[in-house]
Write a protein that binds this ligand. Structure first.
Ligand SMILES: Cc1cc2nc3c(=O)[nH]c(=O)nc-3n(C[C@H](O)[C@H](O)[C@H](O)COP(=O)(O)OP(=O)(O)OC[C@H]3O[C@@H](n4cnc5c(N)ncnc54)[C@H](O)[C@@H]3O)c2cc1C
Length: 412
């Protein structure tokens, strides 16, 4: 049998194994297998039976796409400056106590990721290679080349695979919540062949990601269509700021349909500059995302163009071929060599700052229902997310959900 046919057969076999039906009863159901869902599962006690589901395959989550990196408090002096950067980018609308929780938890979460096998790039002297993105007043972002999300998500997934109390089920889509006597008691879901099941449980964590699939031009996976928010709202669960949607300034321009390819903000952090049709800079590229996106739209309108250009002329070839290897390769496939020429870029929908309202323990307004990651709104990002805060925020607040589930069980 030809290699390609063998690979196709074994991929199909793997999918059939993964798409086993989830059990109808468990202690915790987690909808979503991105970093938020996976880290919650890792932080739940092994004595609990945990069912995880995802809408498509495990690869199809935004966590796998994160390029730039993940913030960490480099030293205690960094607290105030990171706090101020986050509040400033969020236009003062961030919940201060959530920002505080995220920053103080960052060192511990990063140490835990490293313990779980995640590798971050280091400098020649062995220290971490911190990078910088827009609206950060200093470099405080850890990265794994420009595929940080894939590195973190695959390592977390490998850990989850080792847990005998956790079952992971692909191609199982949550359609509704089960609510009885004013509390969440499970979810309604359907599998790949349309079979509808009621999955009963004591606690549910919604970690269903963002809303990019609802937009024509987005950096998100098309399957991410705000399902968690929709089902929660249908049961009267409070949502916050569903109109706070972040538009990323730089996705690679193409007239082909499908997911927009992100050109990470850390490219601008490392020296890439935006140019108009005349080859001139027209804004400060390191302002917050909303400000840079507006400047690009204004430039496109005044020129009547469909894109502006991003030049890597000031970025060394070593950095392009090392730190930005994934972006460089992707652009080559699209016919652009970023070492030699500017590339066409255009803003695209990127992130939902709003979502299901949660309190300090990621609890929603419906008992036994938790939300974490991009689908939730704990107020960290205010009206505009600071770059590289979201992977961290997802991890910090999904762990808090897991801890609250344990605390509540002990208290009952
Ligand atoms: C291109 C790109 C680059 C990014 N770069 C960075 C970065 O450098 N740093 C940073 O901090 N952040 C970055 N982000 C943002 C960050 O990746 C996400 O906010 C974060 O990964 C969200 O994690 P999550 O677990 O909440 O959701 P996701 O990882 O998106 O996972 C959502 C999960 O929910 C499942 N799901 C959805 N609906 C249903 C349903 N109805 N039933 C069952 N399952 C369902 C999906 O199948 C999926 O498994 C980037 C985002 C993108 C798109």
């Amino acid at each position: 049998m030809a290699g390609a046919a063998m690979a196709e057969m074994s991929a199909r076999a793997m999918r059939e194994t993964a798409a086993t039906e989830p059990p109808l009863a468990s202690d915790v159901v987690i909808a979503g297998c991105g970093v938020a869902g996976l880290y919650a599962a890792i932080n739940l006690p092994r004595a609990l039976r945990v069912t995880m589901i995802c809408k498509e395959d495990l690869e199809s989550c935004d966590s796998m796409l994160a390029q730039g990196g993940i913030c960490v408090m480099r030293d205690y002096d960094d607290y105030d400056s990171w706090f101020d950067d986050t509040m400033r980018a969020g236009h003062g609308e961030c919940r201060a106590e959530s920002v505080d929780t995220m920053i103080w938890s960052s060192r511990d979460v990063i140490a835990d990721l490293v313990r779980l096998g995640v590798e971050f790039d280091r400098t020649s002297d062995g220290g971490y290679d911190y990078t910088r993105e827009g609206a950060h007043s200093r470099p405080r972002i850890l990265h794994h080349a420009d595929v940080t999300g894939k590195e973190i998500t695959t390592k977390l997934l490998a850990q989850v695979r080792k847990l005998s109390n956790v079952g992971v089920h692909e191609y199982v889509c949550m359609d509704d919540l089960l609510v009885e006597n004013g509390a969440c008691v499970g979810i309604v879901a359907h599998g790949e062949h349309g079979k509808r099941s009621e999955l009963r449980t004591r606690d549910v964590i919604l970690a269903t990601g963002g809303v990019g699939g609802l937009y024509e031009r987005s950096t998100n996976f098309p399957c991410l269509t705000g399902d968690g928010c929709r089902v929660a709202a249908a049961h009267g669960v409070t949502l916050d700021h569903m109109d706070y949607v972040q538009i990323h300034p730089t996705s690679l321009y193409t007239d082909k349909p499908g997911r927009a390819f992100l050109i990470s903000e850390s490219c601008r952090g490392e020296g890439a500059v935006l140019l108009n049709a005349a080859g001139e800079r027209f804004c400060d590229e390191l302002q917050s995302r909303d400000v840079v996106s507006k400047a690009i739209y204004a430039q496109m309108e005044s020129e009547g163009s469909r894109y502006v250009r991003l030049s890597f002329e000031r970025v060394s070839e070593d950095v392009i071929c090392g730190h930005f290897a994934n972006i460089w390769q992707h652009c080559l496939e699209e016919g652009y060599d970023i070492r030699r020429e500017p590339i066409p870029v255009v803003p695209a929908q990127h992130y939902l700052m709003g979502g299901i309202h949660v309190g300090a323990h990621s609890e929603t307004t419906l008992p036994h229902l938790y939300a974490a990651g991009e689908t939730s709104c704990n107020g960290v990002h205010g009206a505009n997310r600071l770059a590289s805060n979201s992977l961290l925020e997802s991890l910090v607040f999904s762990r808090l959900a897991a801890r609250d589930i344990v605390r509540e069980r002990h208290a009952a």
